[in-house]
Write a protein that binds this ligand. Structure first.
Ligand SMILES: N[C@@H](CCC(=O)N[C@@H](CS)C(=O)NCC(=O)O)C(=O)O
Length: 214
């Protein structure tokens, strides 16, 4: 039985969707960010970084959302959530997953929590607007990379990259040009949103309002 430590709409969302896609037994454990529970001593034992999510299964305690997604893909190959190892498709899968977790996510944090990135009380606004500019460019890069004839992010097959993209695009809903305003991205995100696993994850987490903003 997996246990996923989550908070609605946080970096736990893609792992949550994948658990539902796989159909493996799991339970959700709320980390109540409204009272900073991610910094409780008991939670810090699971993730010393004090961040959400954490996946637990038996002796395995795993943090970092992308690592959890990759581990779920590897552990449940029958779910077909990642292209075949060693294929060109798998290489592009890694590329986009790493781009989202290494490049987009840090700028998202800078956008929403700019004050954490400077000791200058006046400096946050400039960091936020620079992060906005970079993020619009990063999502435009993804828009450029989408094949309009393909149903999913990587092409013909749905993958963990789609769930991760949806989560990341949600975080971009407050940008000056949000992902939902980019035509190919919007179509792709709407298709991902229609998946049963996604709808069930949204309902279970109680995420309110339009998922992609607007
Ligand atoms: N790179 C980490 C980042 C996780 C992260 O920043 N999670 C946020 C929620 S989306 C969090 O826990 N923030 C609480 C905090 O920083 O105190 C991952 O992808 O798992």
């Amino acid at each position: 039985m997996y246990q996923l430590h989550y908070y609605p709409g946080n970096a736990s969302f893609a792992p949550h969707v994948l658990l539902r896609e796989i159909g493996a037994p799991f339970e959700l454990s709320l980390v109540d960010r409204s009272r900073n529970a991610q910094k409780d001593p008991a939670y810090l034992k699971l993730n010393p970084a004090g961040r959400i999510p954490v996946l637990v299964k038996g002796d395995l305690v795993l943090f970092e959302s992308a690592a959890i997604c990759l581990h779920l893909c590897d552990s449940h190959p029958q779910a077909g959530l990642a292209p075949t190892a060693g294929s060109d498709e798998r290489a592009h899968f890694y590329k986009w997953l790493m781009f989202m977790t290494n490049t987009i996510q840090p700028d998202i944090l800078m956008f929403y929590y700019s004050d954490r990135y400077t000791d200058d009380a006046e400096g946050g606004a400039a960091l936020r607007s620079a992060a906005d500019r970079r993020l619009v460019q990063w999502f435009a890069m993804i828009e450029e990379g989408i094949d309009p004839a393909a149903p999913w992010f990587l092409g013909r097959e749905y993958s963990a990259a789609d769930a991760f993209l949806l989560m990341t695009a949600r975080w971009g809903r407050g940008l000056s040009t949000p992902p939902r305003k980019m035509a190919k991205l919007r179509r792709l995100l709407e298709r991902i949103l229609e998946r049963d696993a996604v709808q069930k994850a949204i309902a279970a987490e109680g995420v309110e309002g339009p998922f992609l903003g607007g």
